[in-house]
Design a binder for this molecule. Structure first.
Ligand code: NAP
Ligand code: ZN
Length: 351
């Protein structure tokens, strides 16, 4: 038996998203079912719907910034109960046995984590996992996050992907008070990166292609704004950054950003999954510089980040939309025209 659920998704890469019925598994003994209140719109949703990374299997029901209240728990679920405010991020399962899972790095699971959408469904044979553009979801208790009740639920949704994806590399690379930290790209991820780097005490520089976003960047917590296509300004910041978080969503020229790093400093890529433009090895060699990557974060780390947000009152800056406006919202994200994350009010799908 399965639960029929109302959702919104794409049946091919060429078509806009539209209403669909999908199947969720019945609540098993280790499962939690939530009624989805809000779901953030990540650029990854768009990449997947439009098959820009290849490998999308349709229908695709995106959404991995999910907030809701629990409506049912299985008999083995002790830490959560009906009515709790919880979240689901980018993963809904992993093997729980490999080295990485044991180190709380489920996102790097040897057997491959089950992502919230466009993964194989381990429970419903022949089905895919379907994300949060839906009224309900059933998820293993180990992948349920607790949302602090003191922060606004809708604005907390983006923490589940944009939040953890920027928090994790800042923590992993030990960003600390006084460090000069650059955040490239003021979008959903970038604006959370600025908030977190600021909260960790860094001297934050927003590196953007959009001069029009400069004022906002400062309100979000940037101490300085660097326009990346202004060569003279870029030159002034050469060899000066302790850390750079790069959220550019497509392949791009790396040399101008590598030049900004101080010796021994690291730039972490989280956006561009595709080939990058060739860059000069010398740019790294002369300065012992590093380029690294980062994929979301583990479940324990995500909970820590959420608790930090509760304690420091950090949420995302959002624009709330109804589900019927989702296709227009996608076009606006691609144009960089969102302040700074769309969140879908899922009540609009129930109507
Ligand atoms: P977004 O809201 O579209 O923001 C991206 C920002 O990058 C834009 O607002 C723009 O900022 C800048 N940008 C866009 N195109 C650019 C270009 N060609 N050159 C330079 N800058 C450019 O996207 P997002 O939701 O933050 O996601 C960012 C990327 O991270 C996406 O590719 C997404 O799939 C990926 N992602 C990765 C992970 C992970 O775990 N690694 C998790 C979530 C998302 P300015 O106007 O300020 O220049
Ligand atoms: Zn995402």
């Amino acid at each position: 038996m399965a639960i029929t659920t109302k959702a919104y998704g794409a049946i091919s890469e060429k078509e806009p998203l539209k209403p669909l019925d999908i199947k969720r598994r019945e609540v098993g003994e280790n499962d939690v079912k939530l009624e989805i209140s809000f779901c953030g719109v990540c650029h990854s949703d768009i990449h997947t719907v439009r098959n820009e990374w290849g490998g999308s299997k349709y229908p695709v029901v995106p959404g991995h910034e999910i907030i809701g209240r629990i409506s049912k728990v299985g008999q083995n679920v002790k830490n959560f109960k009906e009515g709790d405010l919880v979240g689901v991020g980018c993963m809904v399962d992993s093997c729980q046995e490999c080295e990485q899972c044991k180190k709380d790095l489920e996102q790097l699971c040897d057997k491959g984590a089950t992502f919230t959408y466009n993964s194989e469904d381990k429970y419903l044979k022949g089905e895919r996992t379907y994300g949060g553009y839906a009224t309900q979801i059933v998820v293993d208790k180990e992948f349920i996050l607790r949302i602090p009740e003191n922060i606004e639920a809708a604005a907390a949704a983006p923490l589940l992907c944009a939040g953890i994806t920027t928090w994790s590399p800042l923590k992993h690379w030990n960003v600390k008070k006084g460090d000069k930290v650059g955040v490239i790209g003021l979008g959903g991820l970038g604006h959370m990166g600025v908030k977190f780097a600021n909260a960790l005490g860094a001297n934050v520089v927003m590196i953007t292609t959009s001069p029009s976003k400069a004022e906002d960047a400062k309100k979000l917590g940037a101490h300085e704004v660097l326009i990346s296509n202004d060569e003279a300004e870029m030159k002034k910041h050469k060899n000066s950054f302790d850390f750079i978080l790069n959220t550019i969503p497509v392949g791009h020229r790396m040399d101008p950003y590598i030049a900004l790093l101080k010796y021994d400093a690291t730039m972490v890529l989280v956006g561009a999954i595709e080939p990058l433009d060739p860059f000069h090895g010398g740019g790294l060699i002369r300065g012992r510089k590093r380029i690294s990557g980062s994929l979301i974060g583990g479940i324990k780390e995500t909970q820590k980040m959420l608790d930090f947000c509760g304690a420091h009152n950090i949420v995302s800056d959002i624009e709330m939309i109804d589900i019927k406006d989702i296709n227009e919202a996608y076009d606006r994200v691609v144009k960089g025209d969102v302040k700074y994350r769309f969140v879908i009010d899922m009540a609009s799908l129930k109507e």
